[in-house]
Design a protein around this ligand. Sequence first.
Ligand code: HEM
Length: 207
Amino acid sequence: MIKLTPAHVIVIKCLIHLASIAFFIQLVWLTFNNGFGADPVKGIEHFTGKAALNTLLITLCVTPLVRIFRLGLLVRVRRLLGLYSFTWAFIHLSAYVAFDLGFDWGLLASELTDRPYLLFGAISWVILFCLAVTSLQKIQRKMGKQWQRLHNLIYPALVVALFHYVWSVKSGLIEPGIYFAIGTGLLAYRWKSFKRMYTFRFKSRAL
Ligand code: HEM
């Protein structure tokens, strides 16, 4: 069994930063070197959307890894991964608003109501935003129990992000299907915790 030390956690955090910077450099390189082919705007949207979803899934892998391999200190990288997921979601939405809509905020509002898959993306985005701005330890302490309740919204954020992805795809459902299976697996792993959460809520309301 591996025993993680605080030094290992620092190394893992550095690797997460390096990997994220490398992917960002790849995005810039592909954008300016015709790497996205005939429709670079779609290319950027797909790249950043996938990056947001991938980092969200990786963030949700931390708890199972901690429990299965007893790597308690690994929870310390969860916040960083979550923040990177939001950073990619931020770039994703910015690319859409800037290149597809030309900063027309009215058009964004009508797109969100006309195209339900965009509304799903927006719900996920807003949740990730709320989690990112409340991720500071100071805020966590101030919010007390409310903080955990708010951060449990990461699960609905994943579900709507998966629907946003599957719904946006025009052809080929194998890849979205794989994402769906991974997401479902990660949620199924927490099934007992969800059950406990809802039983507790139900009982405390009944009292
Ligand atoms: C207001 C928020 C959002 C908007 C307006 C938005 C918009 C879009 C658009 C326009 C596309 C391209 C669809 C096409 O091919 O025509 C897309 C794809 C995608 N988005 Fe979003 N999105 C949002 C939030 C999110 C979030 C929060 C995530 C993930 C956590 C996400 C993940 C994805 C993924 C995975 C794809 C598909 C990429 C692919 O096909 O390779 N999006 N989104």
